[in-house]
Design a protein around this ligand. Sequence first.
Ligand code: XMP
Length: 514
Amino acid sequence: MKTEQVKNELVLVLDFGGQYKELIASGIRKKHVYSEIKPGSISAQEIKELAPIGIVLTGGPRSVYKTGAPLCDPGIFALGIPVLGICYGMQLMCHMLGGTVSPAKGGGEYGRTRTHLDSACPLFKGMPESITALMSHFDAVSSVPDGFKPAGKTRSCQIAAMYDQSRRLYAVQFHPEVKHTDSGESIFDNFLFDICGASGDYNIDDYIETAVESLRKTVGKEKVLLALSGGVDSSVCAALIEKALPGQLTCVFVDHGLMRKNEGDQIEAVFGSRALDFIRVDAADRFLSKLSGVTEPEKKRKTIGEEFIRVFETQSRALGDIPYLAQGTIYPDVIESGGSSAATIKSHHNVGGLPENVGFSGIIEPLRGLFKDEVRVLGRKLGLPDYLVDRQPFPGPGLAVRILGEVTYEKLEVLREADAIVREEIDRLKNRPDQYFAVLPGIRTVGVVGDERAYDYVIGVRAVTTADFMTAEYTPLPHRVLGKISSRISNEVKGAGRVVYDISGKPPATVEWE
Ligand code: XMP
């Protein structure tokens, strides 16, 4: 299936290596304007053929005047299509059109910075004259190209925005796409609806309709197989295929015994009753015996990944000839793998991915064009329960990477119970962290239970706040909540004797402990 399923007004986001490209494109889609990310090297001719109504140039980590910096086809600025340059995108626009970019005064600006805007610039229509904006740059525009006017400044950056209204070219040095910038949304509204003339014609219902049609056309009356992990992507993928091809889908859920408390039963309850064949393979013993004696995290991941493939292969062989394999690949997976073709197997799908030669004649990936938040919306529309659709990320190798050292049945049971308490207590909060769970570091400490000496496991509590899981901050949970979690774990979980709270950020730590 093709990515470009939806024929809507299109805004292109050209990627120059900045970390916020997905935030920009998904933010534009949230405003009901369809957006796709393309490499910064795309030619003006290719853009012309795609006929976007607007173009955004992202930020990037390079110096535009240094050898090897990613440049763009200068023809882009002569297409008559409105362009918004952000951070490096502004410097690029300046450099390509004959202005000057130099190292910024004082080494640059980083963090929230008071920024004055010229309200005559259509990009800033209806906005305050002074906002706090997120800056992160070591270079800056020192003189604008011919035809441009400066349109913003900070204490140390004389040209923090610029525009050439006649050519419909606009640029900001700061990042309007992040929530740390006040009124950043207004900048996108002005660009999309006033400057590009977008009508906001994109919505997820169209996507469902087009995907359903396309699935029917591709698959016909044939059968489809899906490895269902119970995560958001594969669950929504199953629900979408079921809608398009009722009775033609078989879902194989390999229960590796490393799931959270009651998770396997919940997945079975949701999918066991739908218009698809649901097969739950109870493979807990197989996985545990393979993991016996394995202590090294990457070895655990590999062992689980390999065993998963073996179990899945046995199942699919037993089912006979099923020509299509479905996968819950989503747009960020496509972007991260360099926009490669449909044949690519999502590398971190479920537990390590499926091999390319699993013997299917076709691979279908109906969520290929969607961002995660769109997948969630789609899942709700397809009737999946909130607890499944709003699920936090959970690693494919499951609790095996939340138990440090060897995984045993006993440790799994302790961790499952402790983790259920952590999630239950944090779920009660109004503002929840983005990911929260328990870990079992595998060490035991001394305690007293009644008058007896106890020697039980330590439980670590992890809760992080993050936009993209690339970086994260620990969430300062209220002490009241931490206290409740600690006393519940100590009282209710046999084998857990002490509770600690992880207050590390990423970097230097990671979200998971392994
Ligand atoms: P780290 O620990 O790398 O985690 O900071 C970032 C995000 O990725 C998830 N994660 C995994 N997901 N397989 C997965 O499917 C894995 O092996 C894996 N390891 C980490 C983690 O839960 C967090 O959301």
